[in-house]
Design a protein around this ligand. Structure first.
Ligand SMILES: [Zn+2]
Length: 81
């Protein structure tokens, strides 16, 4: 399907750890599971923009990683959802 545009989500949200053991807010645990489950479902609806053309865009991407920008240390690799 092409020629009608796309509803395109672009999300970048960093959840701060509560301590050095990478503890997340307890109330976030169930939400995280629901978010990741729904993102997987959402990816099933996704389509690449200009698929097969030289200007193809990768538009079915969702990942998370442990970000260390606040410490100056390297981030972990991205884990695909
Ligand atoms: Zn990072």
């Amino acid at each position: 399907m092409a020629g009608f545009g796309y509803l395109r989500y672009q999300i970048d949200i960093a959840i701060p750890y509560l301590d050095k053991n990478q503890k997340l807010p307890p109330e976030f645990t169930n939400l995280r599971t629901a978010i990741e489950t729904n993102i997987k479902t959402l990816k099933g609806f996704g389509g690449k923009i200009n698929e097969g053309l030289s200007n193809e865009e990768s538009t079915i991407i969702a990942s998370y990683h442990v970000c260390k920008h606040d410490t100056g240390k390297p981030c972990t690799n991205h884990t695909e959802i």
